[in-house]
Structures are given as structure tokens and as C-alpha cells.
Design a binder for this molecule. Structure first.
Ligand code: NDP
Length: 327
């Protein structure tokens, strides 16, 4: 038996609850794992609350990330006792995920835990941090450098945004953090932002083109915020888009792309190829200040995961949340 969160949808409705489960009910997979830590990303919060159509089969254990130890493996790449991590690949969506003490997954979905990080730190990073790094790799791929000017990061009070601010500042960029929470000012300056912008300035539908300001942008919000960021990006600047915290639709025109040569780079962490994941984790090991990461993260128990998921969607969670599944 092991403990985990189970999401069910039946005549009694959609619900998530902490309960005991049997190992024989785990889905098929080549590697059986003892999970140490998981985390609450935006997608996990949607899955747990049912506010977004994330869960694609029932019953399901949520949790798109985990770190842990191999208990048994049918794949020669992994041996009993190996420390590993997992981000995405549909785990926590259509395959049982990390918010439990056990998992069974395909070997291809795992990465060896980088030696620079503890299992706890790997989950303080989680999909949020790995996606922040994918966004930064995209800025670099399309030629953005610190000399070119300011970078705006939206949703900076959350997980992806906070880690993006921290890494970009470390890399020498002038980072403007956009946030809807004035109370986070000191926290965002501490992460390395040089200026805080009120989210409200970007939240209303704007003009097709505005005054050019950003050399690059990491957007996690979508909606009108993404449209306004594109409209105020400088000639040949680059905007990465990974999220929809502010809406799936965006009231935009093609003007920034066809008149200013702005590049809009889409970011997907779930199906990203292994080579790109390895590169992102290598760069996280090089460019992330683990002490600051610790400062922006807090640990909760498995029993707190459900209320914290609700709080995250209400916009009251700051930074990253690590779930100790054995507490
Ligand atoms: P968090 O909840 O930690 O952060 C989201 C932040 O967005 C909030 O802290 C808040 O920042 C801001 N925000 C929330 N609601 C709104 C709103 N209605 N309008 C404008 N801003 C809002 O989530 P994550 O960092 O885990 O994820 C961020 C986004 O990125 C999500 O949409 C998620 O689905 C997406 N994502 C996508 C991935 C991919 O592979 N494409 C991978 C990982 C995440 P503040 O209060 O500072 O304004």
C-alpha cells in the first residue's frame, strides 16, 4: 500500500482526495519508483481542482513532476537505487503522476538526477524551472543578448516567472518583472528584477503597436498581456509564450511580426525531446542560484497539496511549492 492523491470523476462528480492505494493498481511501466518529492505547477492545480481539462483518464494520480529512487527496472539504463527525475510526458495527465509515494513509468520519460541538485531542489525547479530555462534557451536561439536591452517577464510572482527572473538576472539581463501583486515588490527585486511593472498596465486590450521597449520577453500569462508585450517589443525582438494564466485567447494583430520582425517562440515542456531537456537541465545546473531557489520555495505535505492547488489558482501562492510525499 502507498499514499497518494487520486482524482475521480463519476456519478458523485469530480473530486481529488488523499487515500491509500495498492501497488498492483499502478499503470504499466518499465520502471517502478519510490517518490521523494513532487510539486504543484499551474497544470497540477488545474488537474486537482478540475478547473481545466488536464486529466484525460480516471481514476488518475496527478503530479506532472517527481524526483525519486528506482525500486525495480526492466530497462538496462536504470538500476535499483538510481536517483531520477521526471517532467511531463503526459504523466499526471493520462498516466499516474508524482503526487503519491510510488509511480511506474516508461524509462524514456526519466532523466538521471543531475549531480548538482538534491531531489528536493530538482522539485523546487520542477516543470516550472525547466520551462523557464526552455524559454531562455529560445531567447538565445533567436539571438537575444543582455546588451540588446530590457527583458520583461510576466506572471513573475509565480513559478515559471520567478525562476525566469532569477536566471535572466544572473545572466546579466536587465529584467522588468510584471506582477499583479504589489506586495511582491521586495521579493521580485531580491530575485534580481530591476523594475516591477503593474500587471494592470498590460491587462487591457491595447493598440496593435506601442512604443518599442523590450529586447525580449518571457510570457507565462497569454491573453491581452501577451498581445501587449508583442506590441511593445522592439524591432527584431523575441517573445516566448508558454502559458495561459491570463487567458487562452489573445486580442492581437500581426503588426509586431510583419512590421517589426518580432519573433514569437512557442514553448512546450511536455513533449520536448530528451536532448533539449538534457540541455535545459545542464543550463539550470550552471545558471541557477540554488540558495535563491531555496528562498523562493517552500515545502508542504501531501495532505496540503489539495488546498495549496486551490490557493495557486486564486493567485495567492508565491514562487515554488515542493511536496514531500512522505510527510
Ligand atoms: P503559477 O500559478 O505559479 O504562476 C502564474 C502567475 O501568473 C501567477 O503567479 C500570477 O503572477 C500570474 N497570473 C495568474 N492569474 C493571472 C491572470 N488572470 N492574469 C494575469 N496574470 C495572472 O503558475 P506556473 O508558473 O506553474 O505556470 C505559469 C503558466 O505557464 C501557466 O499557464 C502554465 O500552464 C504554463 N506552463 C506551461 C508550460 C508549457 O510547457 N508550455 C510548462 C509550465 C507552465 P503575478 O501575481 O505575479 O501577476
Amino acid at each position: 500500500m502507498f499514499k497518494g492523491i487520486l482524482i475521480q470523476k463519476d456519478a458523485q462528480g469530480y473530486r481529488a482526495q488523499l487515500q491509500e492505494m495498492e501497488e498492483e493498481n499502478l499503470p504499466e511501466g518499465e520502471v517502478l519508483l519510490e517518490i521523494a518529492y513532487s510539486t504543484i505547477n499551474y497544470k497540477d492545480a488545474l488537474a486537482i481542482t478540475g478547473f481545466g481539462p488536464v486529466v484525460r483518464r480516471f481514476p488518475l494520480v496527478p503530479g506532472i513532476d517527481f524526483s525519486g529512487t528506482v525500486l525495480a527496472s526492466k530497462d538496462p539504463r536504470y538500476q535499483e537505487g538510481d536517483q531520477v527525475l521526471l517532467n511531463g510526458f503526459g504523466v499526471g495527465e493520462h498516466h499516474w503522476g508524482g503526487l503519491a509515494q510510488r509511480a511506474q513509468v516508461q524509462a524514456d520519460w526519466l532523466l538521471p538526477l543531475p549531480k548538482e541538485f538534491s531531489p528536493w531542489q530538482a522539485m523546487a525547479i520542477g516543470t516550472a524551472g525547466y520551462t523557464a530555462m526552455l524559454s531562455i534557451l529560445a531567447l538565445e536561439k533567436f539571438g537575444v543578448t543582455p546588451e540588446q536591452g530590457e527583458i520583461i517577464v510576466t506572471g513573475a510572482g509565480g513559478g515559471v516567472g520567478g525562476i525566469a527572473v532569477m536566471i535572466l538576472a544572473h545572466l546579466g539581463y536587465r529584467v522588468v518583472a510584471a506582477s499583479g501583486r504589489p506586495a511582491l515588490r521586495d521579493y521580485l527585486l531580491e530575485l534580481g528584477a530591476v523594475e516591477i511593472m503593474d500587471r494592470a498596465l498590460l491587462a487591457a486590450p491595447g493598440k496593435p503597436l506601442g512604443k518599442e521597449r523590450w529586447a525580449g520577453a518571457v510570457d507565462v500569462v497569454g491573453g491581452p498581456v501577451l498581445a501587449n508585450v508583442c506590441a511593445t517589443t522592439r524591432y527584431a525582438g523575441v517573445v516566448t509564450a508558454c502559458g495561459l494564466a491570463g487567458g487562452m485567447n489573445w486580442p492581437a494583430t500581426v503588426a509586431p511580426f510583419i512590421l517589426r520582425g518580432v519573433t514569437l517562440a512557442g514553448i512546450d515542456s511536455v513533449q520536448a525531446p530528451t536532448q533539449l531537456r538534457e540541455e535545459a537541465w545542464r543550463r539550470l545546473a550552471r545558471d541557477l542560484d540554488v540558495e535563491r531557489l531555496q528562498g523562493m520555495s517552500r515545502e508542504i505535505s501531501l495532505s496540503e497539496a489539495i488546498p495549496v492547488a486551490k490557493a495557486l489558482l486564486e493567485g495567492s501562492v508565491r514562487g515554488r511549492v515542493v511536496v514531500n510525499v512522505n510527510k
